[in-house]
Design a protein around this ligand. Structure first.
Ligand code: ZN
Length: 501
C-alpha cells in the first residue's frame, strides 16, 4: 500500500463524517424536523458544508493526491478509484469560491421548505425568486468548471451521468419521441378501456404502511439496515451500507405509495449491496444517478408491475384491503396497475408515458440553462409542453411546474437519468431473460435469484465503473435505447392488443 494513501485516510474519514452529517440533516429536514427549525438548522448545514470543503481542498490533501498518483503502482483497485474520485471532487469544489459554496448550501437548505409551502399553497410567485437565485448559482458554478467551448448544461449533465451530453441525449429522446409518441397515440385511440377505479378508495394510511413494509421486505429491503419514513416527495438517503433510509407519501390511491416504496427499495437495495470495503469511501455509492434509477425502476416496473410478480403475493394485498380489493381478481389488478393514462404528475405516471414527462423536463432545463428562458415563464412553458406531448394541461402550478423537488435543491441535469435508468434496466432485463427463467422465478416468489444477480454484477462494484462500463461488462453491448422502446411496445402492445409500427 502507498504511504501517501495511508496519510490521506484520516482526511478522507473527516470529509466523510462531515458529509454524512450534512446528509442526515437533509433527511431530517424532509421528514421529521419541525417547521420552525429551518433557519437555525440551515446555519449548521452551511457550517458542515464549509468544513467538508476545507478538508477536501486542504493543501496537504492536494499534495497527497499528487503523491498517490506518483505511487500509483502500489495502489489497489479501490484506492486508485478513490484517488480518482477525490481528484475530481477537488477540481469540482476548487473552482467555486468557498464563500459562494457556503451561500449556495444555505440557500438550498432553506429552499426545499419554501418550495414545499409554495406547492401546498399553489403559489409559484413565492418560490420564483429563490429558484431564480438557484439557477444563477448553478449556471455560475458550471461556468467555473466548463472546459473551453463546453456548454453549461453539459457540465451539469456530467455530474449525474458521465458520457451522456446534450448531443447524446437529444438522440436518445429523439428515439423515444419517434417510437413512443405514435405508439401512444395508437394506444389511446384503440378504444381499449381498463378499469382502475378500485385503486382509489378508502385506503387507510396505516394499512398502506403495513403493505409497504411487507413489499419492501419481500423485494429485499433489509429493515435491520434501513428505515422508512414519510415526506412530501419519496426519496432515498444512504449514510452507508448499514443505514439506508427510504421515504414515501400517502394518498387515497393505493398504488402510488405501494410502487414508490418498491421504487425506493430498489435504490436502497443497491446501497445495501455496496460491499464493506467500499462503503464510507468516495466510491461507496451507486455508479451514477442513471444506474441508480435503473435499479429502482427495475424493481418498480420490470419486477413490480410484472404479472408474474403478483401470482404468489396478490392475496397478501387483498387480505389488507378486503373491502377494496376482495372482489378484484389478480388479473384485473395487474391490468389496472399497468393502465396507460396520459397525466400530469410524473411520479404517478404509467410506465409507458413516464419518459415523456422526463423529456419535457429535459427540454425545459435546456432552455433555462442554455437559452435564457426566464423563470417567470416556467408555468406557461410547462403547461404548453404537457399539452403538446401528452395532451393534458395542468390547471394550476401545484400539479404543473411545482410538482418536483429537484430544482429547489439545485439539481439541474438530474431528470434525464430517470429515462436513461429505465433504458438501462430494459437492456439488463433482456440480457437476464437469456440467462434465467425471469418470470418463472417471480412466479415462485424467488426475488432473491434476481436480486443476487444484480448485486453480483452491479451493486458490489459501487462507483468503480461508470454506468456505460457496467452495461458493457454485464450485457456485452454498449448502451442501446432500442431495448427500452422494444420492451415498452411489446409489453403494452400485448396488454392493449395493438402492434407497434
Ligand atoms: Zn428514484
Amino acid at each position: 500500500m502507498s504511504n501517501a494513501y495511508e496519510e490521506l485516510k484520516p482526511f478522507l474519514e473527516r470529509a466523510q463524517a462531515f458529509s454524512t452529517a450534512r446528509i442526515l440533516f437533509e433527511w431530517d429536514n424532509e421528514t421529521l424536523a419541525p417547521r420552525a427549525a429551518e433557519p437555525n438548522t440551515t446555519k449548521v448545514v452551511g457550517t458542515l458544508s464549509g468544513e467538508y470543503f476545507s478538508v477536501i481542498t486542504d493543501e496537504k490533501v492536494k499534495e497527497l493526491v499528487r503523491r498517490c498518483r506518483q505511487e500509483k503502482e502500489s495502489l489497489g483497485e479501490v484506492e486508485s478509484a478513490v484517488v480518482r474520485e477525490l481528484a475530481e471532487e477537488i477540481e469540482r469544489l476548487e473552482c467555486i469560491p468557498p464563500e459562494e459554496y457556503r451561500e449556495f448550501a444555505e440557500l438550498t437548505a432553506g429552499s426545499t421548505g419554501i418550495w414545499a409551502r409554495a406547492k401546498e399553497n399553489n403559489d409559484f410567485e413565492s418560490f420564483a425568486p429563490v429558484l431564480k437565485k438557484i439557477v444563477e448559482y448553478s449556471r455560475k458554478f458550471a461556468s467555473y468548471r466548463a472546459k473551453e467551448g463546453q456548454r453549461l448544461y453539459d457540465v451539469m449533465l456530467s455530474d449525474y451521468e458521465k458520457g451522456f451530453d446534450i448531443e447524446t441525449l437529444d438522440r436518445f429522446f429523439g428515439t423515444l419521441k419517434e417510437r413512443l409518441v405514435p405508439f401512444l397515440k395508437k394506444l389511446t385511440e384503440s378504444g381499449v378501456e381498463i378499469d382502475d377505479s378500485f385503486l382509489t378508495g378508502d385506503y387507510k394510511e396505516e394499512d398502506q404502511e403495513a403493505v409497504g413494509r411487507f413489499f419492501a421486505e419481500y423485494v429485499g429491503f433489509d429493515f435491520d439496515r434501513g428505515v422508512m419514513a414519510v415526506s412530501a416527495h419519496p426519496f432515498t438517503t444512504n449514510l452507508h451500507n448499514k443505514d439506508v433510509r427510504i421515504t414515501t407519501s400517502y394518498n387515497n390511491r393505493v398504488d402510488d405509495s405501494l410502487f414508490s416504496v418498491i421504487h425506493e427499495s430498489g435504490h436502497g437495495i443497491y446501497e445495501m449491496g455496496i460491499p464493506d470495503e467500499l462503503t464510507q469511501t468516495l466510491v461507496g455509492q451507486g455508479a451514477s444517478m442513471g444506474m441508480h434509477e435503473s435499479q429502482s425502476r427495475f424493481f418498480e416496473n420490470i419486477i413490480g408491475r410484472n404479472e408474474a410478480f403478483w401470482i404468489p403475493v396478490y392475496d397478501r394485498l387483498q387480505k389488507q384491503f378486503p373491502g377494496e380489493l376482495g372482489d378484484v381478481s389478480a388479473e384485473q389488478f395487474v391490468k389496472a396497475i399497468n393502465k396507460v393514462q396520459p397525466s400530469l404528475i410524473r411520479t404517478q405516471a404509467d410506465e409507458l408515458t413516464y419518459s415523456l414527462h422526463v423529456m419535457i423536463r429535459y427540454e425545459i432545463e435546456k432552455m433555462l440553462i442554455e437559452e435564457g428562458l426566464k423563470v417567470e415563464k416556467l408555468p406557461e412553458i410547462w403547461a404548453d409542453k404537457y399539452e403538446e406531448y401528452l395532451g393534458v394541461r395542468p390547471r394550476n402550478v401545484s400539479e404543473g411546474v411545482l410538482q418536483d423537488i429537484h430544482w429547489s435543491q439545485g439539481s439541474f441535469g438530474y431528470f434525464p437519468s430517470y429515462a436513461l435508468g429505465s433504458a438501462f434496466g430494459a437492456q439488463l432485463y433482456y440480457f437476464m431473460k437469456g440467462k434465467m427463467d425471469f418470470e418463472g422465478l417471480l412466479k415462485k416468489g424467488d426475488i432473491k435469484t434476481i436480486r443476487e444477480f444484480l448485486r453480483e454484477n452491479i451493486h458490489r462494484y459501487g462507483k468503480l465503473e461508470t454506468s456505460r462500463q457496467i452495461l458493457k461488462r454485464v450485457t456485452g453491448e454498449d448502451f442501446d435505447p432500442g431495448y427500452y422502446t422494444d420492451y415498452l411496445t411489446e409489453k403494452y402492445g400485448k396488454l392493449y392488443g395493438i402492434k407497434a409500427e
